[in-house]
Design a protein. Sequence first.
Lengths: 549, 327
Amino acid sequence: MQFWKTTILAALTLAAPATAVAETVLTLHLEEQSAWVRNFNPFNLGSRRASTIDLIYEPLVIFNPMEGGKPYYRLATGLSFSDDLKAVTYTLRDGVKWSDGQPFTAEDVKYSIDLARGNPVIDAYGMADAVESVEVVDPHKVTIRLKTVDSTFPETFSDVPIIPKHVWSAIPDPVATANENPVGTGPMTEIRRFTTQVYEQCRNPNYWDAASLKVDCLKFPQIAGNDQTLAIAQSGELDWFGSFLPDIEKTYVASDPANHHYWQPPAETVSLMFNLKTANEGNREAFNDLAFRKAVSLAMDRDSMVNVAGYGYPTANTHASGLPPRFEVWRSKTDSTQWDAFIGYDIEKAKALLDQAGYKPGADGMRTTPSGKPISFKILVPNGWTDWIDDSQIAIEGLRALGIDAGVETPELEQRTTAMIGGSFDAGLGSTLDGATPFKFYNDTYNSKSGGRVEGGSARYANPDLDAALAAFRSTTDSARQHELMGKVQDIVSADLPVIPLFNNPTWYQYSTKRFTGWATPDNPFAVPENHDGVHTRILHLLALRPVQ
Amino acid sequence: MRVPYRRLLIYAIAFAVAIVMNFLLPRLMPGSPVEAMIAQFGKRATPAMIEAIKIRFGQGDATLLEQFWDYLKGLATLDLGISTKYYPQTVLEVLGRSIGWTLLLVTTSIVFSFALGSLLGTVAAWRRGSRFDGVMSPLAVVLLALPPVVIAVCALFLFAVSLRWLPLGYAWDPALDPELSFAFLGSVAWHAILPVATLSLFLVGNFQATMRNSMISVIGEDYVTMARAKGLGESAVMFSYAARNAVLPNLTNLALALGSVFGGSVVTEIVFNYPGLGLTLFQAAISRDYPVIQGQLLIMTLATLLANLAVDIVYLWLDPRLRDQPA
């Protein structure tokens, strides 16, 4: 009798959790689409779902910008550079499996890189330009030989999707497939339900870090615009999203003050960029004059831009170096007071500067260059970006007070981006996404090679000393030396003021504590809290979430 | 009944012009799919990424004439191309999943508003000068003047957000799977209420006004007086004699209104997140998805032309006086 009692009790105890535990579902909003299309191909840059990278295809290492670029090892357990810094070796984690049960090995890493090298259409991160060869040392060790010394390679490499060789070698054209049933190493790989209005992405049955993952499924309702986001968010359905919500205290927080929260820490720097190589002679002469740029910087009412145009969400940037606040640990040790004096709002001081530099008013009352040529330009901002349009209006008010003939132009996003990258513009607002360290911001914005290649480099600034400092940063892995070089970069930029830093965009992050806790907050800033495609720390954020009991 | 050859010829010419316009319009817009994709990535675009996009989607080499010839060949085989925004889905797949919803929305709105508008116009004209007429007719003109976008946004805010009586959007409850069940169809109907009501509202005003005007002119005709003299009941005279003849100009009005219905449906779908052709066109235009824009313009043009043709034929059938005249 006792034996049976114990057996039945044991059986019940073992069976009960399987039926009694409810599933934890996290509802997110990552991207705006008019209908969900089942595409999880990491190489379809424009048409893949935003939940493909990181959640299905996990990187080897993630670098956390919130902690000075600290590495978090995911599929790899270690990385080391060779002595000449031209090869980097990754040690892979034991026991990692793809979601179909196959083991993850160095062959998969080699395959991922070689596929990109051989196919320019999928090589979105420059593997063909950077990598000389890939060697599989053993099933858990892979060495990547680089063409040139580049200590920032691991950061670039963390964007490359690591795909399973046994699946993709059978696909003739890697771009032409929608990859509807993806096989990955990430936390959420199973597409349980997919309709045009909602899809559910669930737990990887073979996830190596399953112990840390307390969320079973992710639910993505289809949302086509900000108005719907607001309507759905107010109803309490969304757990994690990141959208521009006007007057967020009233529109979002007020609908459930106990649970609806947001945190919008400053992110990338937005600057007023003058095209230093513009075809217009008068403009070019003025733009390339440091006195002119300093005067313009003093005409920018940054506080109004932040509080009036931006609803108080952005943060004014008060340093000539434009260093984003999240990289405070990288700030130059040099005293920058003399340069930062020109980052403020002082119309009289600006007028005096221009008078001193010889910018006399012309026949129409507007200032001309010292050699007498007219200055007239339009600031380019994308159509529909109302906050940036308002910022430009505020900038123009300041410029006109100085007597500079400036206006605003609002072409569609494509034209504006093409014009800025292509160089057919005079002035515009622009920004660069941050990497794990300030290197990406300074390289994209101030390196002479960036002009014409990325939006951040639209100003087309060229300074051999700066280029040399950036190159030196890349040639060393010594943290102290890197900090020293980054300081030098900031000093050069502060003194020369090639672009005019205005403010830092907010990180778009809103969340609800109704069903989950463990969120990143100002008291606990363990990750960049955004959930959008391109923010790798969202894996760390997801793993930190716990269902509310 | 004579086949309206001349009418068909006119429609054929209209269709040919539409094909050329549908080809030219997207290309006249500044920008290209490549630029749109690069801009979509914005700050995240690396130089290598930009190169990759240009190689895959750059179509700058072919001349305009060559592109047009490819386009015509594609039309003949019903191959509308591959979408750039939803790559690698074909245009037919992209449009196929949305066309049903727009048809549902547009057809229901047209039928509902035509029936309701005509009925209200008939009664208003019959009781001309009464209190009903005094309230209904000005109200119809007000509705006629209200832009669909204003009605849509107000309705969304009032009924869906504030009062929470009706759903916020979607074509059906996302928790359900599409299948032929009572629950699913009921959900579809429930979610269609606000979009259809919004779209119908301004149409009702239109049809009511036209119906009332033509009714008033018909009421003065001899055969109506004769019908009354025969001793027929009020409603019999009103519907079988007067309304039946007065509805003809309203049909022409319907044909003219079709274009604005499609336009109105775009706005309604955007506001209510309804997955129809309107929303698809909106997103395709933003991303310069030429194949989808072309395909959609073509379908919408074809639909409008066919509907006009249908109305013409119905007109011929309804009005015997037109049958023997040259078409």
